[in-house]
Design a protein around this ligand. Structure first.
Ligand SMILES: C[S@@+](CC[C@H](N)C(=O)[O-])C[C@H]1O[C@@H](n2cnc3c(N)ncnc32)[C@H](O)[C@@H]1O
Length: 435
């Protein structure tokens, strides 16, 4: 094991071999989370937000025994997670639902997980959330589409567990924009509200006219799982690499990170996949650790941290991450600078060639003008035609080189923006609000 890393909020103990890449705020590791969790100090983590492999993907059968095995398997992680959570810390688990094999009745493992974590591991259920994903496809086809005896399953259960009854949480960080009606009411509360009793006998008072900066979100999170324009997917597409098949949308970890942590706090994803949570934590100025069993998924997730990078350059870093730890943003900046230098040199060469082509064309034009005999004028015409071609080709090269330079400059600027100093967690305890 490496020597401990001090001076940061979390005391960690990971080997270089486990580290896939590092960023100013975080580290992606590969390996079994049960082992990797041992690398984190007791009570050092503010939030674990994660989406485990579902029973559905782990086993092809969903009998009660399999469900129990799944719940016991997940509980080991729950136990290990509890040790590293601060007393104010939270564990947020997104669990998909499923039907029992061959039956139009539901598997109960999300609820078994809930009961096991509360009854046996002694977590508190701070609140249950439901992630409504309107983009979810109808399934199983047999019950939903063919026989039409079940409706479309469009929610995942998300258990927000806490170590104590008083986890850190601030709803003000996740307020939603007010509705148009509410905006109107806020402009002129007297006009819209009289202190009155609703049918439920709840009094509606003038306090409803207070502007609190937004409305309190419900525990139904409406987040479509459509992320086709992310940098990760762009690079996977351009490099013809298969992306992680079960990603959650960035808005999901973003909600819980904003709600349950402050800038500078420590966020961990123990089943990180394509490292959606780490990327969000990085941008929100939280320290993060992401654990992923598959070395390949872990290395590929580096694409999330290479905004606007050309695919060939990103591929180099992905390959390197499969061999040794990549230090971001330095290594990306290094390649990005090399690409900028090459683009600048390319433009210089193209400009020189255009200058030479222009001169050759000028000389050829003069020659055509001056040639007296038929033979010399035919020769001069040919030279002029060739010079023209050279001029057109040189102009094209200049255009290409300028485009390459613009692309390289944009990639370099995107890198600078992504790793802007205000999103970097300062060493030590102090941290500045970035939102
Ligand atoms: C549902 S995916 C997580 C996807 C992730 N939320 C994202 O947005 O990309 C679950 C991940 O857990 C990983 N996994 C399974 N067992 C693990 C273990 N014991 N330790 C660490 N990761 C594990 C799988 O390889 C898979 O990538």
């Amino acid at each position: 094991m490496d020597e401990h890393t001090r001076g940061e909020e979390a005391l960690t103990n990971f080997t270089d071999d486990q580290k896939v890449y590092t960023t100013p705020n975080g580290t992606q590791l590969h390996g079994d989370s049960l082992e990797l969790l041992e690398g984190l100090e007791d009570e050092s983590v503010d939030l674990i937000v994660t989406s485990p492999p579902f029973a559905l993907q782990r086993k092809k059968a969903y009998g009660n025994e399999d469900q129990e095995a799944y719940v016991d398997w997940l509980a080991q992680f729950g136990e290990a997670a509890k040790r590293v959570l601060k007393p104010t810390g939270s564990l947020v688990i997104d669990i998909g639902n499923a039907y029992r094999k061959g039956s139009p009745t539901r598997a109960l493992y999300p609820y078994r997980v809930l009961l096991k974590f509360v009854d046996e591991l002694e977590y508190h259920l701070a609140e249950e959330f439901f992630w409504y994903n309107p983009a979810k496809l109808p399934s199983p086809l047999e019950w939903v589409n063919k026989r039409r005896i079940r409706v479309k399953d469009a929610v995942n259960t998300i258990w927000w567990f806490s170590k104590t009854e008083w986890p850190q949480a601030d709803v003000n960080k996740v307020l939603l924009p007010y509705s148009e009606n509410m905006e109107r009411l806020l402009k002129d509360p007297e006009k819209y509200y009289k202190t009155t009793l609703r049918p439920s006998e709840h009094a509606i008072s003038k306090h409803f006219g207070n502007n609190n900066g937004g409305s309190i979100p419900p525990n139904l999170l409406h987040v479509p799982n459509t992320e086709s324009n992310s940098n990760y997917l762009r690079l996977c597409r351009e490099l013809s690499i298969k992306s992680h098949p079960a990603r959650f949308p960035a808005k999901l970890p973003e909600f819980f990170i904003q709600f349950l942590t402050k800038p500078g706090d420590v966020v961990v994803d123990i089943f990180s996949g394509s490292n959606t949570a780490g990327m969000v934590a990085e941008q929100l100025g939280r320290k993060w650790y992401s654990f992923e069993l598959s070395h390949d998924y872990a290395a590929l997730s580096i694409m999330r941290f290479l905004p606007s990078m050309p695919p060939e350059t990103a591929h180099k870093l992905y390959q390197k991450a499969l061999q040794e730890t990549v230090a971001l943003p330095d290594e990306a900046r290094h390649l990005s600078q090399a690409a900028l230098d090459a683009a600048e040199a390319g433009l210089d060469i193209a400009l020189e060639e255009r200058e030479a082509a222009n001169q050759a064309w000028g000389a050829a034009a003069d020659q055509t003008h001056d040639s007296k005999s038929f033979d010399s004028s035919e020769h001069a015409e040919k030279t002029l035609a060739l010079a023209k071609e050279r001029r057109v080709a040189a102009e094209k090269e200049v255009k290409k080189a300028k485009q390459a330079l613009t692309t390289a400059q944009a990639a370099s600027a995107a890198l600078d923006a992504f790793y802007a100093p205000e999103t970097v967690v300062p060493n030590g305890d102090t941290s500045t609000e970035v939102e």
